[in-house]
Design a protein around this ligand. Structure first.
Ligand code: TYD
Ligand code: MG
Length: 425
């Protein structure tokens, strides 16, 4: 019989109870699809849960990337020890012996009842183990050490990493197991590591630190189940990783007095406001092509802002090198840093400090106008909470009514010139 001619089988119809799952062959009105929250299980590490978008999703696959030695294994061991208290946690290590893992757990003082571990690098063996154990959460540390028998190449080769990961991801989706894959990144980020996996997983987290500091930033760069750009903060000490619940405090260097080139802004990383300091150094250049170096913010944007400063602020910087750094390894990817960045540069150029206890945020348009940014009040509240006394903000972000907000003087500005006047008066 010609298969193409077979009569269509009876279906449950577009409105049946199976309606919302993929693969039933039917189409329906989007408005009729039940919303229902994704079920989540909290890991018990609030900073991790925040970055995940509220906890682990069954069948969700998370790639945790970062430099070797940054603390990926430590973070996941601590997390799995907590999850294991509710059962169903399997930690597979391809890098360490079981004894090393046990020693680390004991040094960290972890409660490990119920946490199952295996030292294994063959993905087929790992899958058989997972089928048998049916864990709710599975960690594979690291994907670079895993190989599939189907390929000849050595573990770590691109094809091995991709194939092994694909098999693990398929298992997670089919069984509803939440899966963490650990991936090392090298300095150039090019290794057959996280980069080739990013499109295969639901969530990509990077674990980073700034120049040897004990603080660790956990950043979501992709998340199908939550906001990207969400930031979690930890500190590494003898007891392992500790959550930092109030990160604003650690990103501000407390200067004894106001210093030139420094401006504090309130940025919004994912769902919470964060106070960070922008520092700038502006110095006469011997080069015909002056340097514009931005660390932690977009370099092209900096060049654009300097052009606006020239045109609408009357400040010429074409004979100056301009450096901007966001302190603490934070990366600001929103336009609210426009005004603080320009004021920091101007402060360095003129060697005049912006008065202490001043906070600034706002976008700058090409016409020299200061544009509002989202969540103005929330940002102001964070600044007030940390003892700031004065805020230079876009007029449309100023709370209605008085020029005061939670004990802070609010200076609304609508043009670049006003902002410069307000900062250096
Ligand atoms: P690790 O989790 O092994 O890093 P990764 O898996 O990303 O390669 O972290 C190892 C580093 O962390 C190591 O240099 C020592 C440090 N560390 C501490 O400072 N305190 C601790 O309690 C632990 C377990 C590790
Ligand atoms: Mg490790």
């Amino acid at each position: 019989m010609e298969e193409a001619l077979a009569a269509p089988a009876a279906t449950t119809g577009g409105r049946g109870p199976r309606g919302q799952y993929a693969g039933d062959g039917g189409a329906r009105a989007l408005s009729e699809v039940e919303l229902g929250e994704e079920p989540r299980h909290a890991t018990g590490m609030r900073e991790l849960d925040r970055v995940l978008g509220g906890g682990l999703v069954p069948g969700g696959v998370v790639l945790l990337g970062g430099d070797p030695g940054i603390g990926k294994s430590t973070l996941l061991l601590q997390t799995m020890a907590r999850l294991a208290q509710q059962g169903g946690a399997l930690y597979v290590t391809g890098e360490e012996s079981l004894r090393q893992v046990a020693m680390r757990a004991s040094r960290l003082g972890l409660e490990t009842d119920g946490l199952h571990v295996a030292a294994e690098t063959c993905v087929e063996t790992i899958l058989a183990l997972a089928e048998r154990e049916q864990p709710r959460v599975l960690v594979v540390d690291s994907i670079q050490t895993i190989f599939t028998e189907q390929l000849q190449s050595a573990p770590g080769a691109v094809a091995q990493v991709r194939e092994s990961a694909a098999l693990l991801v398929r298992h997670a989706k089919r069984s509803g197991t939440a899966l963490f894959l650990v991936g090392h990144v090298t300095k150039d980020g090019q290794l057959a590591g996280p980069r080739v996996l990013e499109h295969m997983v639901d969530t990509v987290l990077y674990f980073e630190s700034e120049g040897g500091s004990r603080f660790r930033l956990l950043r979501a760069v992709k998340n199908r189940f939550g906001a990207a750009n969400e930031l979690g903060v930890f500190a590494m000490d003898d007891g392992g990783l500790r959550e930092v619940r109030n990160p604003s405090a650690i990103f501000l260097s407390r200067h004894e007095e106001a210093v030139s080139g420094s401006v504090v802004m309130v940025t919004r990383e994912g769902s919470r406001p964060l106070l960070v300091e922008l520092q700038s150094l502006v110095a006469e250049t011997p080069l015909s092509n002056p340097r514009r170096v931005a660390v932690g913010m977009d370099q092209n944007r900096l060049s654009m802002l300097l052009a606006v400063l020239h045109r609408h602020g009357g400040v010429f910087t074409a004979d100056q090198d301009v450096y901007i750094n966001v302190v603490g390894g934070v990366r600001v990817s929103e336009t609210a840093s426009d005004l603080p960045a320009l004021l920091a540069a101007l402060s360095s150029l003129r060697d005049r400090a912006v008065p202490q206890h001043t906070v600034v945020f706002g976008e700058i348009g090409l016409a020299g106008e200061i544009r509002p940014v989202p969540n103005g009040e929330e940002r102001l509240r964070e600044a007030a909470k940390h003892g700031f006394k004065r805020a230079i903000v876009p007029k449309k972000n100023a709370p209605r009514g008085s020029g005061e907000f939670e004990g802070m003087e609010i200076v609304p500005v609508s043009r670049l010139g006003d902002a410069i006047e307000a900062a250096f008066g």
